[in-house]
Design a protein around this ligand. Structure first.
Ligand code: TRP
Length: 344
């Protein structure tokens, strides 16, 4: 991992993250991302965007892309992101992202990108048919982060490598253009409960919007009946719940459900087990279903409210894009100057 070079970055702490508008948001996104963003907006200047440029690295139906962009924005707002505090915007509305990504394409090395595990996973055996955008995806992500000189990037485990690449790009840029400390070397933030919510059907996989089985995830748009039913049908084992989290090590399904309960309730897994030790899933699941419905119901409700007023979402996104540009434009101007491009 790259060490912070000297002189260290001297700018303010800034949080930045984004979610791709490529499918329904689920409980994993809610607990792992949205709740964290909402908390962090009170701790540092926060930029949260809808990653539509990243979405099109894989084919997206145009009309669906627009609708899902508004849906992600609605989810941000429903989860408690406040547009008066955080800057919420669509990535493509701030053209500086793509411009900086081009410059970073010329800073990053092919060898670095060849090591990215997400590209290997997503392109699979058919690398020849993957878009070039999918390959340089992490470079665009570095541009997203560094355009705002973000210092803290809340992401899931699967994105940690991309933030590390961002550090490498920042360090190489600072070095190559003789601008020590110009870009910060951002830190991935991925601690806390809810960082890893797994599929309800197969606890060895992350809960994911791309899983073909809808029963594997709880969508933020699911109604109370659907939430309860999915929890009732979630895969489990036949043993009673143990007294300590350590004893869940070889019981991934049980561990996942306890983790979900803990995250929803703002408690630790140990605390949850103190309450449920000795009970079986027949007793635990209805409690989990009640809790999930109680916590997610108001979020789903709020999300529906925002989605019923797309004009309001659009106003919020447009205002956010304008504010984002106020930070992004000067960065890009300085970068172009450092690179030696003509103009002022
Ligand atoms: N790649 C991220 C994901 O799939 C989304 C994303 C795009 C992002 N740009 C970002 C996250 C910048 C954090 C910072 O989840």
């Amino acid at each position: 991992m790259t060490e912070q070079t000297s002189p260290a970055y001297a700018g303010p702490a800034r949080v930045l993250s984004g979610v791709k508008p490529t499918g329904d948001l689920h409980l994993g996104n809610y607990l792992g991302a949205l709740v964290k963003f909402t908390r962090m907006q009170h701790e540092a200047e926060t930029f949260i965007f809808v990653a539509d440029l990243h979405a099109i690295t894989e084919w997206q139906e145009p009309a669906k892309l627009t609708a899902q962009t508004r849906e992600i924005a609605a989810a941000y707002l429903a989860a408690g992101l406040d547009p008066k505090i955080a800057t919420i915007f669509p990535q493509s509305a701030v053209t500086e992202h793509a411009e900086l990504a081009w410059i970073f394409n010329c800073v990053a090395r092919v060898g670095w990108l060849d090591r990215m595990t997400q590209f290997k996973d997503k392109s699979g055996k058919n690398k020849e048919k993957a878009s070039v955008g999918l390959y340089t995806y992490p470079v665009l992500q570095a541009a997203d982060i560094l355009l705002y000189k973000a210092t803290h990037v809340p992401v899931g485990d699967d994105q940690k490598q991309h933030v590390e690449l961002t550090r490498d790009i920042a360090a190489k840029f600072n070095h190559d253009f003789d601008a020590p400390g110009y870009f910060p070397l951002p830190e991935p933030i991925h601690q806390g409960v809810g960082a890893r919510i797994m599929s309800l059907r197969d606890a060895s996989e992350k809960m994911s919007k791309s899983n073909p089985s809808d029963a594997a995830r709880i969508n933020l748009t699911d109604d109370a009946d659907a939430v309860a039913q999915k929890i009732r049908k979630a895969k489990t084992d036949a043993l009673p719940l143990p007294e300590t989290p350590d004893e869940l090590k070889d019981r991934p399904e049980a561990q996942n459900l306890i983790g979900i309960y803990a995250a929803l309730d703002g408690r630790t897994a140990a605390e949850v087990l103190t309450e449920f030790a000795g009970q079986g899933f027949g007793a635990f699941k209805p409690k989990l279903a009640d809790l999930a419905v109680a916590k997610l119901g108001p979020v789903t409700e709020a999300m529906r409210g925002f989605m019923a007023d797309p004009a309001e979402i659009d106003r919020i996104l447009a205002a956010g894009a304008e504010r984002a540009r106020e930070v992004a434009a000067p960065t890009l101007r300085q970068v172009k100057k450092l690179v030696g491009f003509w103009g002022d």
